[in-house]
Design a protein around this ligand. Structure first.
Ligand SMILES: [Zn+2]
Length: 211
């Protein structure tokens, strides 16, 4: 399986770009991410407490020891930051395994990213890299929710799960493009990190830029 091209081959046309530095896209992705976190937290809350009074729920979330509550919050903050780094490294690992090319990592105001800017990647490798963090971290945050004994921990992992799924919105959007619109395995993607550009092979005589 050929993983990538170093130059865009003849007969390819640009059909789509997804750029998180574009204001509209950044706002849309962040709104979806925030909604995902809220939906996850609300679902977890009602699954744990039903319609019990709010004050009673807060009591159940608190432990007897203030230090334990503080440690929980510190754990949550540390795991959130580590997760963002590991998410990008997971994209990078797949890119590196299949292409051995130089990666680029970075941050925008609203997103972290990893790309492989110097090459054009075929659909299969692009899909593997796009979906890798989603698949790896879904069980990491989901499974503890069912097994942790304390409500506070269940809620923290629900938040992390929402943050994870919401944070994958760009990756999942790109994956959906591949699944529903760019189904040709010859489709190429250039991923600079914040921006993915998709190229489709078209017959020289039938140049159609629509997707
Ligand atoms: Zn990602």
């Amino acid at each position: 399986m050929k993983a990538f091209e170093t130059k865009l081959p003849d007969g390819y046309v640009e059909v789509k770009t997804v750029d998180v530095k574009n204001k509209k896209i950044a706002i849309a992705f962040n709104l979806i991410a925030a909604s995902t976190i809220i939906i996850t937290i609300v679902t977890a809350w009602f699954s744990m407490f039903g319609t019990q009074p709010f004050a009673m729920c807060i009591d159940k979330l608190r432990s007897d020891n203030l230090w334990h509550d503080m440690l929980r919050l510190i754990f949550f903050a540390v795991v959130s930051v580590i997760y963002i780094v590991l998410h990008e490294l997971t994209h990078g690992l797949v890119y590196k395994l299949f292409t051995k090319q130089k990666l680029s990592f970075g941050l925008t105001l609203t997103a972290a990213y990893c790309g492989v800017p110097d090459i054009y990647i075929y659909r299969t490798v692009a899909l593997l890299s796009l979906l890798a963090p989603f698949c790896v971290f879904l069980p990491v945050f989901l499974i503890p929710i069912f097994f942790l004994p304390y409500y506070a921990d269940k809620l923290i992992f629900s938040f992390l799960l929402g943050m994870h799924v919401g944070g994958c919105v760009g990756d999942l959007y790109d994956a959906c493009l591949y699944l529903f619109k760019l189904r040709d395995p010859a489709t190429l993607m250039r991923d600079t990190g914040p921006k993915q550009t998709f190229y489709r092979y078209v017959e020289e005589t039938n140049v159609d830029k629509s997707v």
